[in-house]
Design a protein around this ligand. Sequence first.
Ligand SMILES: C[S@@+](CC[C@H](N)C(=O)[O-])C[C@H]1O[C@@H](n2cnc3c(N)ncnc32)[C@H](O)[C@@H]1O
Length: 255
Amino acid sequence: MTASNQEISKTIQRGPDKAKILWDQWSEKKQYNRSNLELYYRIRERNLLWLTSLTFSLLHDKENIRILKTDLWNEAKKDERYFLDAPGSKFGLDISGEICRLSKLKYGESISLAQGSIESIPFHSDNFHLIWDISTIDHCDHPEMALAEYNRVLKSGGILLLVVENLLCFSFPATKIQSYLGFHVPFKGYLSSRVIQTCKLAGFQIVDHFKTNIHLPRFVVYSLEKKGLLEGINQGRNFLWDLCKKYSVILCRKA
Ligand SMILES: C[S@@+](CC[C@H](N)C(=O)[O-])C[C@H]1O[C@@H](n2cnc3c(N)ncnc32)[C@H](O)[C@@H]1O
């Protein structure tokens, strides 16, 4: 069941106004041309399919799964499909009314949408088997509030997939400067050790954590892909390669 437009407009009032306006503006400003970066997007989606499949494998009960995906930017702006194609009931949360409107327009009944912040989630407690946060927490001011909310809305034994910027990636300073200058979307970024600590304080058990998603010039990534090496590197654990990976992944279980 999908939330009606009326329900969406009711929840519009909930998000902190400043962040809501900021993300509406960025949504209108930022345009992507998927056809220019077809291979790049295919590699990204394959990586996310692998990460989300790990969350399914960690669930004890695989019937009638309810998934909450935080932020629908890539679904709305880049037509990313892995969430849409996942089995189970799908729920989406985004602070931006514009992103909710676009998602509703594109995906209608297939996602139940709510506008709101991960710091104050407009869903009742013990509700979801899986939460997929693919770099939403990097954009919020109070990660401890978001993690407490994830713990509240997950069912007992539920799995949280957190994908956060890897601050130790050699390209991180460049991305941060671009963001500061307004050439890149705004984000904060938190050390994965801090996020892990905060997860534990919020009541999660850490199941696994590692780095993924090589972030090197495109010709290097495409060449590794052509040689059939990219997937192994992205899924592998090697200190030197880890310094070239964009994301830290943290998999947690609600006790
Ligand atoms: C740049 S996009 C994130 C991109 C994406 N998740 C990725 O893979 O990099 C930021 C998205 O997060 C949403 N957002 C930002 N702060 C949020 C918050 N506190 N709660 C929920 N959504 C938020 C924005 O509206 C926007 O759709």
